[in-house]
Design a protein around this ligand. Structure first.
Ligand code: GDP
Length: 742
């Protein structure tokens, strides 16, 4: 500790950093030198030491207290404060100096009803870390309110449901160019939605089934389970039995969904083609309750694993029934009974134990048990009595969207109710369009799409997102109006969410900073990609590079070429743009260069992560650490006596030779004796010859005075430690996994 040997007074006390050098010491600086020259030290060494020892005067002693300013106090190793012992001692002194009256005043208590609050016993002040005030949530998001709307509701009814006055709703109606005469006027469901959007309220469209034909519909199924348990293989195997595969000679395109038909019964099952929980929860988050049944894939040789439990939780929270597919039953180590037992322990009530959850043993690799799985799904669908309105305007959800060079934005949708007809105007999320073409899963154009039928639609003006709802509107004008209204609402919501996230992140960052002792910087990124799924995957991959020092903030992710608004956004928040599988035109590149926005074009995810990883390393502030920069050996010791001419009030100078690296005056000195650290403290003075020096290199001799230490011995080793900034590292493994190691 820097404050060892505190009992010693005189010049030693003055070496303590932060204390004032007493005048008495100054007076005795030109003093006798008693040198204890070691037997090992040669004559020449002791002579040269004696020369620079002469230089240890007041000037040099005061210099080191100034040089202390350059000492790195913000390191992770140590801080220099007055020690508890020093402060306690100061207090003792202060007590002694108090007059009798003063001491009495301290002890006399005030009599009466209100006694003076007793002074707390003096404790040495503890250096309390600065705790920054918590950031207040400035932008509190509006409480999410959702109201049901329906065709033909009155303005008064909407006012009642939304809580907004009729007058305000009427003024909005005037603004959007709609006519009205009274509050009892009926309005269309599209106008009702537009009004609700303008006042920041979400809507749920209610479709009347009155007078419509309601028929059984096929179930829509999602496959979930633990990684490597065979979800993709099972989907592949099922796809090979699909209608598309049969009709197109086994060649199927990945279009987001496929239908497996049962020729005997004339029934069918629609499978969503995106396995995994992310797609499922993303769709749910966007309000799309597309999935009717979850197929839970569990490998018979592996059993219930963390993501199996996650899938169960997803299905339960969405209130979607499960059918278990025990896969890999062809494997020698397969133990379906064990899987069943594990599932039962997780609260899955299998049919075997009298519950209602079916479990089927399959092998995706050998395509066995698939018919049994399909049967189980149909049975489950019958149990659920799935029915849908067939006629009337369609209600549908987007399961996947992509941009096609020739055909523009394309979306794979699944109709939930009603019938979608070619030529209709639709609004999807905040996009709109006229249905130029509808294609079924084998790419054949069709005029209409009925419930549970996955189709690809063409004719949209922009690219929608997975989970967006599809609604049919009466005219192009309505479609435009509603799409504009939704865009405004979504943008408002987005900004609010971004602001909330920014404030939360700033608060979290401040917490990390105060805990970890370093500043966390932000790396804002705008992601652009060719398809929406890829943009999401790229954003997720970039987020894995998040580290305690650099926060990867995906400010926006979208589809298509880099637009001017992307550049504006990137410029406004100091972001770089990641363009994945996106062609960068020369004009876009030029604009980016003009706006000083860094653009990363990539087609291989690993290369992209490597680039961004390196950028993160560059941006990271790093952590300050102490590193041994040099070593010196003590060859002789010189003592300068203090005023009282005793050894206690003098100062010891170590005559050393730098054996390795360099010894710096601003460094932290560590004294080792027989390999053990006996003292650590700052360097009070460093001299070569008579000169104060900042550093001494390898092979040179020097005189060194260390903090409070007076007990050097010949053969001691003095290590000089200096702060270095250690930056994080970008680590990549052979499997392609990457991370930032701090
Ligand atoms: P996912 O991560 O759940 O989509 O799993 P995959 O479908 O990618 O399968 C992971 C591995 O398990 C692959 O090597 C498959 O070949 C293998 N696999 C999948 N199903 C079976 C099966 O029924 N039997 C055997 N023996 N291997 C399978």
């Amino acid at each position: 500790m820097a404050s060892r040997h505190l009992g010693k007074k005189g010049i030693q006390a003055s070496f303590r950093i932060g204390l004032v050098l007493p005048r008495v010491v100054v007076a005795s600086t030109e003093r006798q030198i008693s040198s204890t020259v070691s037997k090992r030290a040669s004559e020449s060494v002791s002579f040269s030491f004696a020369r620079y020892i002469n230089g240890f005067g007041f000037g040099s002693l005061s210099n080191w207290s100034r040089s202390h300013e350059s000492f790195p106090t913000e390191t992770s190793i140590r801080y220099f404060h007055a020690s508890r012992e020093t402060l306690a001692k100061r207090k003792e002194d202060a007590d002694r100096l108090l007059s009798h009256r003063e001491r009495k005043k301290q002890t006399v208590k005030t009599k009466g009803k209100f006694s003076k609050r007793e002074k707390k016993p003096d404790k040495p002040p503890v250096e309390a870390p600065y705790v920054p005030p918590r950031l207040k949530r400035l932008a509190k998001g509006l409480p999410e309110k959702t109201v049901d709307i329906f065709e033909g509701m009155t303005l008064l009814e909407l006012s009642r449901r939304t809580g907004e006055s009729v007058a305000v709703l009427q003024s909005i109606l005037i603004n959007v160019g709609e006519t009205f005469s009274s509050e009892f006027d009926t309005i269309s469901v599209d106008v009702a939605e537009l009004l609700a959007m303008e006042i920041g309220i979400n809507v749920r469209r209610q479709h009347s089934t009155e007078g419509s034909e309601i028929l059984p519909r096929p179930p829509v199924v999602t496959v979930m389970g633990h990684v490597d348990h065979g979800k993709t293989s099972l989907l592949d195997a099922l796809r090979n039995t699909s209608v598309a595969a049969r009709e197109a000679g086994g060649i199927t395109q990945h279009v987001g969904a496929f239908v497996v038909g049962m020729p005997d019964s004339g029934t069918s099952i629609t499978f969503l083609d995106t396995p995994g929980h992310a797609a499922f929860s993303e769709m749910r988050a966007r309000g799309a309750a597309v999935t009717d049944i979850v197929v839970l894939v569990v490998a018979a040789d592996d059993g219930v694993m963390p993501q199996t439990l996650e899938a169960i939780a997803h299905a339960r929270s969405a209130n979607v029934p499960i059918v278990v597919a025990i896969n890999k039953c062809d494997k020698p180590g397969a133990n379906p009974e064990k899987v069943k037992y594990q599932l039962t322990s997780e609260g899955i009530e299998l049919e075997d134990i009298g519950g209602n959850v079916q479990a089927v043993e399959v092998s995706a690799a050998k395509s066995t048990g698939l018919d049994k799985l399909e049967e189980a799904l149909l049975l489950q669908a019958v149990d659920m009595d799935l029915k849908a309105r067939v006629d009337g305007p369609a209600q549908a959800y987007v399961v996947e969207a992509r941009l096609d060079k020739g055909r523009g934005p394309l979306a794979t949708i699944i109709v939930k109710a009603g019938t979608l007809v070619r030529g209709q105007h639709v609004v999807i999320g905040s996009q709109w369009g006229r249905l130029r073409a509808i294609r079924d899963m084998i790419g054949k154009t069709t005029d209409r799409a009925t419930p549970a039928m996955p189709v690809e639609i063409e004719g949209l003006k922009g690219l929608p997102m997975a989970g967006d709802d599809v609604i049919v509107v009466e005219s192009e004008e309505r479609a435009r109006m509603l799409s504009e209204g939704r865009k405004r609402k979504y943008e408002k919501d987005r900004l609010l969410k971004a602001e909330e996230a920014r404030i939360e992140e700033a608060a979290a960052r401040m917490e990390t900073e105060s805990e970890e002792g370093f500043v966390r910087v932000e790396l804002p990124i705008v992601v652009k990609s060719d398809v929406q799924g890829t943009a999401q995957a790229v954003a997720d991959a970039l987020r894995t590079l998040n580290s305690p020092q650099v926060f990867v903030n995906i400010v926006h992710s979208g589809v298509g070429a880099i637009s001017h608004s992307d550049l504006d956004l990137a410029q406004a928040c100091g972001a770089c743009i990641v363009a994945f599988n996106v062609k960068g035109g020369s004009s876009a590149n030029l604009s980016a260069a003009q706006a000083s926005v860094k653009v990363f074009h990539h087609r291989v995810i690993y290369h992209l992560l490597e680039d961004i990883g390196n950028l993160i390393v560059e941006k990271a502030p790093g952590v300050s650490e102490m590193e041994v920069s040099g070593e010196a050996e003590v060859l002789s010791i010189f003592k300068i006596l203090g005023k009282r001419r005793t050894e206690e009030d003098g100062v010891s100078i170590a005559g050393c030779k730098v054996m390795d690296g360099r010894v710096c005056r601003s460094g932290l000195m560590r004294l080792l004796r027989s390999g053990e650290v006996v003292f650590e403290g700052s360097c009070a003075s460093l001299k070569r010859e008579k000169q104060d020096v900042e550093q001494v290199g390898k092979g040179n001799e020097c005189g060194l005075v260390m903090g409070d230490w007076n007990d050097f011995r010949v053969g001691d080793v003095i290590q000089c430690m200096e702060p270095v900034i250690r930056k994080p590292k970008f680590i990549s493994s052979e499997s392609g996994a990457v991370r930032i190691e701090c």
